[in-house]
Design a binder for this molecule. Sequence first.
Ligand SMILES: CC(C)(COP(=O)(O)OP(=O)(O)OC[C@H]1O[C@@H](n2cnc3c(N)ncnc32)[C@H](O)[C@@H]1OP(=O)(O)O)[C@@H](O)C(=O)NCCC(=O)NCCS
Length: 188
Amino acid sequence: MIRQATMDDVEIISALIANYAQQGLLLPRAVQSICETLLNFRVAELDGKVVGVAALHILGDDLAEIRSLAIEGSAQGMGLGKALVAELFDLAELLRIPRVLALTYQEAFFTRCGFHVIEKGTLRQKIWKDCIHCRKFPICDEIAMIRHTSAATLKNEVADGGVRDQAAGGADAKPEDLFISTRLSALM
Ligand SMILES: CC(C)(COP(=O)(O)OP(=O)(O)OC[C@H]1O[C@@H](n2cnc3c(N)ncnc32)[C@H](O)[C@@H]1OP(=O)(O)O)[C@@H](O)C(=O)NCCC(=O)NCCS
């Protein structure tokens, strides 16, 4: 069962995230930060016990990120990770957010969830808002993956795939795009 997280779940959420953060698979989250953003979190229950967690974090008017996705080892492979992602994707749909992002090492899993790989350099909001504060920046080897909701327009979809042309000096490239693309390819 997937449900909204409550304050009763904070301890187990923190432990689930910490376990994978130690392995470098997730970014650590302080208990205070989990409490402050509790509305973003959903948990997966198995036999009345919380065994999984994930959160949807809004980055801007056209982008939300799936964060802190963690399923306890013994509960993996049962479809709970996919169910959590589906729940958060539906939330993004409900909120009319065009694109849902995952930064991940789990490319095969997110492909099964309907995501596709994009260039990290296209994620300006994410990079300037969060990545520059991350300990992995600028050497980040996570894969950026996107799934569009029904709120996506052609512009959103082109933006995810079109930056390579812009970076290569395509006819529609804006000076700002070229600057950011050049800087990011130097850093990443
Ligand atoms: C990645 C993770 C969330 C997957 O959760 P899960 O509950 O085990 O995955 P599910 O059972 O929902 O699998 C959904 C689908 O993805 C596939 N899948 C899951 N993990 C996979 C993997 N590592 N490689 C390939 N396919 C995988 C499953 O076979 C299944 O395919 P199907 O749709 O054809 O049945 C879980 O393994 C985990 O918590 N890993 C450690 C933390 C982590 O890496 N989190 C992601 C950070 S972005």
